[in-house]
Design a protein around this ligand. Structure first.
Ligand code: ADP
Length: 304
């Protein structure tokens, strides 16, 4: 039902008392290695909820690549589309200070080598999907090729619906923006995309949602952390509140939200219904530490 096209990274995390300055060495905690990357996270989030999910991504022929393939397979993701080799697996080097603030260096590695040609070679995966979910941790031309192929359809059948979370932020080509149904942004991404207009400095998320919609996507979802998410489909703009929870670690909440949303759209929910489900998944994900480790099962989301 769901195809995620995106990144897979190994997150290498060290706790530090403070960050080193130039030329300085500091001692930190034991190293923790976690599977991550927005694409891999979204696929695991959806599969753990019971979605039939495939991932199109690229990892290196190395231990981190195998860690990522393992974590996908354990969650039940179809990994036949995960390409191996061409560069080392993408890595995020993360230091966390006592206040919980992160500093992150990303080496894109194999993610930067996922090409438009790889997308064309995976046409059967795209043809089989009802929804394709994209982010921007792979080359923009690869994202654009997915959008083109989805728009062209397959043998007279329409291609998959496109969900895009434009993270990390980058200017979006008009045809990519126009295909999004929905464009999923958090506050930071919304302000970035609107930074050329006065509304970018507004403090009213409804104004962002409406302004983003006027840029061409078929629908827009603005996630608002503990507040929930705004849904704008052109007919109306509604706030879907998030359940109140005690937040422990918000890492990966956006990926869990988007993975869940994309899956529910694929099984036929309307956008608002899908967002009502996705906010519960995002809220559950913040109640536990980690990214993929924090993603809930369907039973956990159903529980009151
Ligand atoms: P991102 O992680 O991309 O910055 P948000 O912070 O908007 O995105 O979180 C995405 C979704 O996760 C929200 O729409 C909400 O459903 C859920 N969420 C995030 N933080 C909280 C929180 N503190 N309490 C409840 N739900 C949350």
């Amino acid at each position: 039902d769901l195809l995620v096209v995106g990144s897979a990274n190994a997150d290498l995390v060290i706790g530090v008392d403070r960050r080193p300055g130039a030329g300085e060495t500091v001692l930190g905690s034991d190293l923790a290695v976690h599977p991550g990357g927005k694409g891999a996270n979204q696929a695991v989030a959806a599969a753990r909820l019971g979605a039939r999910t495939a991932l199109l991504a690229r990892v290196g022929d190395d231990d981190y690549g195998r860690l990522l393939l393992d974590s996908q397979a354990k969650a039940g993701v179809d990994t036949a589309g995960v390409l191996v080799g061409g560069a080392p697996t993408g890595v995020a080097l993360i230091t966390v200070d006592p206040s919980g603030d992160n500093s992150i260096v990303v080496s894109q590695g194999a993610n930067a080598r996922l090409t438009p040609g790889d997308v064309r070679a995976a046409a059967s995966l795209l043809a089989a999907a009802r929804v394709v979910s994209l982010q921007l941790e792979i080359p923009l031309e690869t994202v654009a090729e997915v959008v083109r192929a989805a728009g062209a359809g397959f043998g007279g059948r329409p291609g998959p619906r496109v969900v895009l979370n434009p993270s990390p932020t980058a200017p979006l080509p008009t045809d990519v923006l126009a295909a999004c149904d929905p464009l999923v942004v958090n506050e930071h991404e919304a302000r970035f995309l609107l930074s050329d207009a006065p509304v970018g400095s507004s403090d009213d998320p409804e104004e962002w949602a409406d302004a983003l919609l006027s840029r061409g996507p078929r629908s827009v979802v603005v996630t608002l952390g503990a507040e929930g998410a705004l849904v704008a489909d052109g007919d109306r703009t509604v706030l879907v509140p998030s359940p109140a929870v005690t937040a422990v670690d918000t890492t990966g909440a956006g990926d869990a939200f988007t993975g869940a949303l994309a899956w529910r759209l694929g099984v036929g929910d309307d956008l608002t219904t899908a967002v009502r489900f996705a906010v519960r998944v995002g809220a559950a994900a913040v109640t536990r530490a980690g990214a993929q480790a924090s993603f809930p099962s369907a039973e956990e989301v159903a529980a009151p």
